[in-house]
Design a protein around this ligand. Structure first.
Ligand code: 5GP
Length: 218
């Protein structure tokens, strides 16, 4: 899809790095850690019709839009994928993703299994998907309560949905069980680093190796 320079300055195709999990499995924290520590990675900011939670910022956590605007985005083909989650609409704006990939940046997505399926259908070779599992149901519930952003009723709904969301784990390339944050972060980081080194993405290798051979044959 797109190309740019990797850390070794060889030209490389940008990749779409997808993290999915049931709410509360630590995906948002892991995403933040990746963005902080890994150069050349930018976050895809989704559009959503759900109300803003305390502490969230428009344009940073999400683009908070009304239903009419969301429908217009779908009709105008402005979204790479979109889905309904917990009765609200969510979608990935196409333009920023294409701009990031074409400047050689990898893009991080925090989207659900429906969005991941759509991205995979559109750009299989460029999508690397990771599913994060909580270590236990009790741990998931504790994290949802600690977050304290949602009412008890919403939390109950999210717990009910978790089992359904988890049923899609086998559609993902990698599975990380979030027992301990640092360990899970190390695993996610390793996946990204290895995927960046994949031969098929390193389109600058052919000319690099040719050059090496020429030097050797001199
Ligand atoms: P939350 O409302 O807790 O921020 O997100 C609820 C769910 O929607 C999460 O599983 C999140 O990954 C998913 N989600 C967020 N943005 C998008 C998007 O653009 N597309 C899709 N398909 N899912 C999204």
């Amino acid at each position: 899809m797109a190309s740019g320079r990797g850390s070794d300055s060889l030209e490389r195709r940008g990749l779409m790095f997808v993290l999915s999990s049931p709410s509360g499995a630590g995906k948002t924290t892991l995403s933040r850690m990746l963005l902080d520590k890994i150069p050349g990675l930018s976050m895809s900011v989704s559009a959503t019709t759900r109300p803003m939670r305390p502490g969230e910022t428009d344009g940073h956590d999400y683009h908070f839009v009304d239903r009419a605007r969301f429908t217009a985005m779908v009709k105008g083909d402005e979204l790479l994928e979109h889905a309904t989650v917990f009765d609200n609409s969510y979608g990935t704006p196409r333009a920023p993703v294409e701009a990031a990939l074409s400047s050689g940046k990898d893009v991080l997505f925090d989207i659900d299994w429906q969005g991941t399926q759509q991205l995979r259908e559109k750009a299989r070779a460029d999508v690397v998907s990771v599913f994060i599992l909580p270590p236990s149901a009790a741990d998931l519930e504790k994290r949802l309560h600690t977050r304290a952003q949602d009412s008890d009723e919403v939390i109950r709904g999210r717990m009910d949905r978790a089992s359904h969301e988890m049923s899609h784990w086998a559609e993902y390339d990698y599975i990380v069980v979030n027992h301990a944050l640092e360990e899970a972060f190390g695993e996610v980081q390793s996946i990204l680093k290895a995927e960046r080194l994949k031969r098929e993405r390193r389109i600058g290798l052919t000319s690099f190796v040719r050059q090496l051979q020429k030097q050797l044959e001199k």
